[in-house]
Structures are given as C-alpha cells and as structure tokens.
Design a binder for this molecule. Sequence first.
Ligand code: PMT
Length: 408
Amino acid sequence: MASGSVAEASPLAGRRILLGITGSIAAYKAAVLCRLLKTAGAEVRVVMTPLAKQFITPLTMATLSKNPILVEFFNPENGAWNSHVSLGEWADCYLIAPATANTLAKMATGIADNLLLTTYLSARCPVVVAPAMDLDMYAHAATQQNLRTLAERGVRIVEPAEGELASGLTGKGRMAEPDAITAFVGELLTEKKKTLCGKRLIVTAGATIESIDPVRFISNHSSGKMGYAIAGELAARGAAVTLVSGRTALATPPGVERVDVLSADEMYDAAVRAFDEADGAVMCAAVADYTPAEVSATKIKKGDGELFIRLRRTRDIAAELGARKGGRLLVGFALETHDEEAHAESKLERKKFDFIVLNSLRDAGAGFRGDTNKVTFIDRAGHEELPLLSKREVAARIADRIERFFRQ
Ligand code: PMT
C-alpha cells in the first residue's frame, strides 16, 4: 500500500474570485483584499468601474492580481471584446468590494452601464458585496431597500463596520476589513448544500474502555478524530446526527448530539437504542472485542507470580445493527494489519455493511490519532482506493457515498 504527504487546503485554494471595485475611497483596501485572496491560494481577476480608477490604479491591481484589469467593454487598443458573460462563467464567486451606494442601486434596478454591472447581471456564481459609504447614505431608506432587494435575490452582504468615515463623521458605513471579507468568502465557498436534510444518522467514534479494576483498563489508540470528522460532515450536510462516543479529548462538532459511553457494552446499548429511530449508521469506533470476564471491585494488588485476566467476548454492535437494518444504511470500517482486503470483504458480508472503509496500519499516515487517513472503499460492486487525505476530506468522500445511497 502506498504512502505520501498531504496538506490541509485553504477553503480558497484554487478558487476563482472575480473582484469588482467601484469608486469609493475604500478602494485602497481592495489592494490588501486582493493580496489576502491570492495568499489564500485563490486566482483573482479584477473588474473596475471607470470611476474606481480615480481611487486606485489599474497598475496596482494588475500587479497584485497578476492579471490584466478589465474596465471597458472593449479594449480600446485592439478592439478585443471583454465578455461579461465569460467573466461571470469563469468565477466561483463575484466579490464587489467596495460597493458604493450608486452601484448597489444600479444592481438592484438592473442598470447595466459598465462592465462591472453587466458582469453582475450575467453571473451565475454567488455574488458578495461589501458596501462602503457615508453613514447617512448607508442609513438612507433607498440604500437599505436596495440592500434588501439584493439580499432577497441571493446576494450576500458583508455588513459595513462602524467607525471613522472619510467624511470625518463617525458611524456605520466603513467597508469591512479585508481579512473579514476574505474569511466571509472562504466560508461561503465551503458552505455545504443540505443534501442530507431529514436523515437521522448514528456515528460511533473513539475507543472503548474495558475496566479490569477501579484503576486499570484495556483500550486502544483511537483518538476519535475520524469518527468526529464524519459526524461533523454529515451534520454540515443537514443530517440529524447522534454521535455515540468513547472517551476522547475532542470538542463535539457543531449541530451534533453526543452520547458519551465508556465500555463496548455501553456503546452497544446506546447505538442499538438510537438505531430504532435512525435512517442509518456509520461504525467508526474502535470497539474492544474482549472485556474482562470479572471486574475487580478493588485494586488488584501485585503478587509474586504471573497474573491472568480471563476475557469474554463483547457483543458486536455492527453485526447487531446489520441484523436489524432492513433497507437502512450501514457503513463499517475495517482496521487491518495484514490480508487487508480479504478481511474487509469478509466483514462487509458478515455485518451486512452497504460499504466498508478499509484502513491499514501498514500505510504511513493511516489509522489512529493523526489528521490523515488512507482508505479504500469496498462494496459489492468493487473497490475504490483513495490517496492519502486529511480525515476531513475522507469524511467528505464518505458523506458523498452516503448521499448517493439515499438518492438510489
Ligand atoms: O479515532 P482515530 O484515531 O481517528 O482512528 C480512526 C480509526 C483507525 C479508529 C478508524 O479509522 C477505524 O478503522 N475504525 C474501526 C476500528 C475497528 O475496530 O475496526 P475492526 O476491523 O476491528 O471492526 C470492524 C467494524 O465493526 C468496525 O466498523 C467497528 O466499529 C465494528 N465493531 C467491531 C467490534 C464490535 N464489538 N462492535 C463493532 O461495531
């Protein structure tokens, strides 16, 4: 099995941002904004209104964006057509910052008298505006109505901040700071579609703890990271998620209901109970297969000879859910050290998984504790081997498969 390295990608890495600049004193901040977007890995093209050139030079923006600046419908030197349609198609996000009261009003009423505005009317990507103006202009009923109209049509607004304005007055109207705008666009582009709305899913995660006496226990190296990433991803896609969790140091992902357990028996009871109401389950926990047959009520004292602890089998949670599942979803994991695929295929059948996620401790960066995993999906149609990825990305790939299961 192969190994490699992986970096957690910035949400803006490789994304195409069309930056629109209008004629405001805040245009100077567009230079910093452009730089931040580029540093985050985005490709940036800039379109300016004719007036914006009075506030910041096209040369500055061309140098920072590493692309020619677009202002006119035609290039006056060679007559080439600057196509607003293809600009709108090119962009993953059209960010207009700063956006003046004048441009917002034209956007709201469909006026198309410059390239920035015609591009807005043709854009199919998300559009973000960062208003910048004097406090009275911002507070004016006309501007507020225009912003409401744009918001109703899906335009996202980065609220201006309060503070000192170019007019010398103090109030709300200052364009939001470039780092806040960059974060806003990053979040917008990573927003998940709520494709799992209405689904109730269980995720088991982390290690179980099997007590020997009040002091010692048998456990394993699971940190819970893989299972928590899956729970977070499913919740972000709109599922109601119950996370049945062994002991971990991790924070509960947003929107997830967490049930804490210690032993395999406790995890069995919690998972089986939650499964009654569920549309499916993802079994990511590293569950003890054996537990001490008797738990000493007091600390076992050391003696001279060897100590034997008799173990009994725990109940198999996944196999029990498999027996009850009917048409519901069941996803398993297989953590192997040898004969990986044969063992995983056997678990797929025995536990009635719809698909199983195989990870092998022979692969560098896979399995316990780290932030990466290298997995192979196995189902009855075949195998899909993935490269080394962050656990977040593996969770997203698992969620993609779960979406496909529910679409069938
Ligand atoms: O938590 P991390 O540090 O991020 O590590 C992630 C992980 C390595 C724990 C995870 O990727 C993983 O492989 N989890 C499954 C570990 C495991 O116990 O695999 P297994 O091959 O022994 O079990 C097969 C399947 O049956 C698993 O879905 C397991 O959850 C389930 N099982 C096993 C025993 C049992 N009594 N009940 C179960 O439900």
